[in-house]
Write a protein that binds this ligand. Sequence first.
Ligand code: ADP
Ligand code: MG
Length: 282
Amino acid sequence: MEIKFDKVSFSYLAGTPLQVDALKEVSTTIESNKINALVGPSGSGKSTMIELINGLILPTKGIVHVGNHRLRNNIRIVNSNQLRFEIGVVFQNPEEQFFCNTVKKEIEFGMKYFGYKVDKIEERIESALKMVGLDNSFLNRNPFKLSGGEKRRVAIASVLAFNPEVIILDEPTNGLDITSKEMLIKLIKLLKTKYKKTIIVVSHDVDTLYKFVDNVIILSNGKILAEGNKFDVFSDVKYLTDNGVKVPRIVEFIHKVKEKTGKNLGKIDDVNDLIKEIYQNV
Ligand code: ADP
Ligand code: MG
């Protein structure tokens, strides 16, 4: 599902002396069936963009197009529940909000809460678990006793149970060890390739992001500093570093090699590919 921001501004406490202009005339397109990263320092407007996408808040100015929904100021969202089903948000450290004693009940709770048809619940839970790579033996396990990576996957399954077309993940790899991180990245890629989801990932960890995303939007102070294909976005290292944006280490390395030797190693997002390329060039 394509998402388009058309000159979108959002101000908190608009019209009061405490007004904060969190987004300023942002226009961008978030492509369907791609992994899109939203990066930027704290306070740059990432959460505000996400809340606009799932209809939690409405633009002060401009229009947010989410599939066929047009979200704008003073227009009541006719189908706000519909939107919640279509846009699944996995908040930061979601497992901290677990409170059931089995994985099954945990996933079920959200669905019942949103009034999902009861006859489909069983089927949905099992397919959501399968999507995150956990088998049915997890159904009766205690979510509090799972590993960090498994907990995160159960939390993602709770959102997938609604079968949303768009999945937004806020700092998904936060607090996970390297193995769980790798597994989660595989899962996110699978959600795109096999399940045709549109993914939006919010993260500070540009090194990890660079490995698996397609497109990047860099926010700074409520405006878009750079956007597009990740290779293009991170190609202008000087512009980004001058603007206080951390570039992925692999990009920095390739940039330094080019500066020192004039050799362009090309568009590489994987360390193994980088090593191969260096061997061939030496
Ligand atoms: P990020 O997610 O990138 O850290 P946010 O979208 O949360 O950024 O915040 C953007 C700006 O809006 C910041 O200046 C922040 O302080 C402000 N802001 C966020 N939420 C509120 C709120 N509920 N009331 C007032 N200001 C807010
Ligand atoms: Mg935030």
